[in-house]
Every structure is written in structure tokens, then in C-alpha cells.
Design a protein around this ligand. Structure first.
Ligand code: URA
Length: 224
């Protein structure tokens, strides 16, 4: 099991003020088998993150939720879904009648990928190579948590969970996908429900997340 940390071991990484300076190429070894997230050099994302963000939740859980990657707040706190997207997810869990403490929450990619905009760190979608490299950690979590039902939050999570870079979120929403001995329920990423340009889309995305969590709960109960 990947252990949970709450305090950054490294100074938070911030956009550099020295523009034009080429950063040193980060150390990478895609075949590395690190013992801890902080030792992970399987892809370059470790270099600009404050820390690796492992999953959080019970050691064993019937439901696992998988997001994309930690955001700014998660990178600083070392915990998944503690920022604005996490607040929306918490509301959706309450509405669906699922306790956050009953589910294991993690991300497809464990280091924050960002690009500077002024002093801010803006989210950057992880590439397939980074998702593949991080599968090393997701596999360990899937194995140790033993969840029968996986909720994939957004396209990156769906591709990671199904191990299929061609899978499309739009084709999967509202369906239960059998994947090996697990059931995968796909829905929108909470950030989409927060940031979609019009209120109607945001409302529909939020309702779809709640519906997916309700489906996951029913599927997990059937299995008891
Ligand atoms: N978005 C994610 O996908 N995961 C988090 O932990 C936070 C925001």
C-alpha cells in the first residue's frame, strides 16, 4: 500500500523568476522499481512537483475513485482531492449517500504536472507516457485496496484504469464496463463540472457525477 504523507519533504516548487534559464534535464528511469513515491524517477514529473501524492482512504475498500493527477493544493498538502475539485467531489459523495471515508481516492498520475503563468502554477494534462509510467503505483493500489468497483473521473483516469489509451469518455459515461474482475463506472472529472463555461453544462456534469457514484454504491452493495 502506498502510504499517506501530509507535510512536504521538499520546498514547494514555484515558477522560476529567472526567465530564459534552461532547467537541468530531470533524472528518469522508466524501468525503475522505486520503494516510495518520493524516490520515483519513472517519468520526469517528479522534478517540478513538491511531492508525490498517494491515494487516501481505507486499506481495503469496495469502491476506488481515480482522478487525473494532483492539483496545486494536493501537491502542497500531499493528499488527493483537497482543493476545489475535491470540494465538489465531497458534495457529490454526500448527495449520492457515499461516505468519503468508505472510498479509496487516488489519481492516475501521482505528481503534479504544471506550467507557469506568472506566479501561478497552471494544470497541464499528463501525457500517455506519464500515465503509463505511473501505472506502477496504480497497480499496487488496485491490488492492495481490492476495490471491486472503480469510478474513473475523467478521460485520463478512464484510459489509465482500462489500460486503453483509445478509450473515450463520451462513449463510456452511464455504462458499467467490465474490466477483468472489476467494474468500471466512468464519469466527468469534477474540474469539468466546476469550470465548464455554461451553467447548464456544469449542472449536467455534476448530476452525472452524482449518478455515477450512486451506481457505484449499488454495484458495491450487490457484491456484499
Ligand atoms: N484533480 C485530480 O484529478 N485529482 C486531484 O487530486 C485533484 C484535482
Amino acid at each position: 500500500m502506498v502510504t499517506t504523507k501530509r507535510t512536504p519533504k521538499r520546498t514547494p516548487k514555484r515558477p522560476s523568476s529567472s526567465e530564459g534559464e534552461e532547467p537541468a534535464a530531470p533524472e528518469v528511469d522508466p524501468d525503475q522499481h522505486p520503494a516510495t513515491l518520493d524516490d520515483c524517477r519513472r517519468c520526469p514529473l517528479w522534478a517540478n512537483a513538491t511531492q508525490g501524492v498517494p491515494g487516501a482512504g481505507p486499506r481495503r475498500a469496495p469502491i476506488m475513485m481515480v482522478g487525473e493527477q494532483p492539483g496545486d493544493k494536493e501537491d502542497l498538502q500531499g493528499l488527493p482531492f483537497v482543493g476545489p475539485a475535491g470540494a465538489l467531489l465531497d458534495d457529490a459523495l454526500v448527495e449520492a449517500g457515499v461516505g468519503r471515508k468508505e472510498v479509496y481516492v487516488t489519481n492516475a498520475v501521482k505528481h503534479f504536472k504544471w506550467t507557469p503563468r506568472g506566479k501561478r502554477r497552471m494544470h497541464k494534462t499528463p501525457g500517455q507516457r506519464e500515465v503509463d509510467a505511473c501505472r506502477y503505483w496504480l497497480d499496487q493500489e488496485l491490488e492492495s485496496v481490492g476495490a471491486h468497483v472503480i469510478v474513473a473521473l475523467g478521460a485520463t483516469a478512464l484510459k489509465a484504469v482500462l489500460e486503453d489509451p483509445k478509450s473515450r469518455l463520451q462513449d463510456s459515461i452511464g455504462k458499467v464496463i467490465e474490466h477483468g474482475d472489476r467494474l468500471v463506472v466512468a464519469t466527468y472529472h469534477p474540474s469539468f463540472a466546476l469550470r465548464a463555461p455554461d451553467p447548464e453544462t456544469r449542472h449536467r456534469a455534476y448530476a452525472a457525477i452524482v449518478a455515477a457514484l450512486q451506481d457505484a454504491k449499488k454495484l458495491a452493495q450487490r457484491r456484499k
